[in-house]
Write a new protein. Structure first.
Length: 117
C-alpha cells in the first residue's frame, strides 16, 4: 500500500472525518482553517494522486467532481499493520511485542476479537 505525504494525509483526514464526497473547493476551504492557503489546482493534483494510489474515488456525476475515501481510516490502518507485519522476519516476535505493549483494555478487546474468530 502506498504511503501518504503530509498534504495527502490532511486531505484524507478530512474525507474520512466527513464520510461524504467533497470537491477540491470544499477541501481548499477546509484546509484554510489550518492556515493552509492552497490553490484548487494544487488540491486537484493531490486528489488525482490519491485516486491513482486507490485512496479516493472520483464522482463524475456533478461539476465540480467530488471525491470520497475509497476505504475507511480503520481499513487503511489495518492494511498498514498487515504491510508492516508482512515485512517482519519473525512475525510472532513482532506480535508478541505488540501485544506486550497493549493496555489491559486493548488486550481484552484483542481476546474478544480472537475468540470470535
Amino acid at each position: 500500500m502506498a504511503s501518504l505525504g503530509e498534504l495527502e494525509r490532511s486531505i484524507m483526514e478530512r474525507l474520512w472525518a466527513t464520510g461524504d464526497a467533497l470537491s477540491a473547493y470544499d477541501l481548499v476551504d477546509d484546509l484554510a482553517g489550518e492556515n493552509r492557503r492552497l490553490a484548487p489546482t494544487t488540491v486537484l493534483t493531490v486528489l488525482g494522486r490519491l485516486e491513482n494510489k486507490g485512496f479516493v474515488r472520483r464522482e463524475r456525476t456533478s461539476r465540480p467532481h467530488r471525491y470520497r475515501a475509497a476505504a475507511t481510516r480503520e481499513d487503511h490502518m489495518a492494511e498498514l499493520m498487515h504491510e508492516v507485519l508482512g515485512t517482519a522476519g519473525d512475525r510472532v516476535a513482532v506480535l508478541e511485542r505488540f501485544v506486550g505493549q497493549a493496555s489491559p483494555e486493548e488486550a481484552a478487546a484483542l481476546r474478544r476479537l480472537l475468540d470470535r474468530r
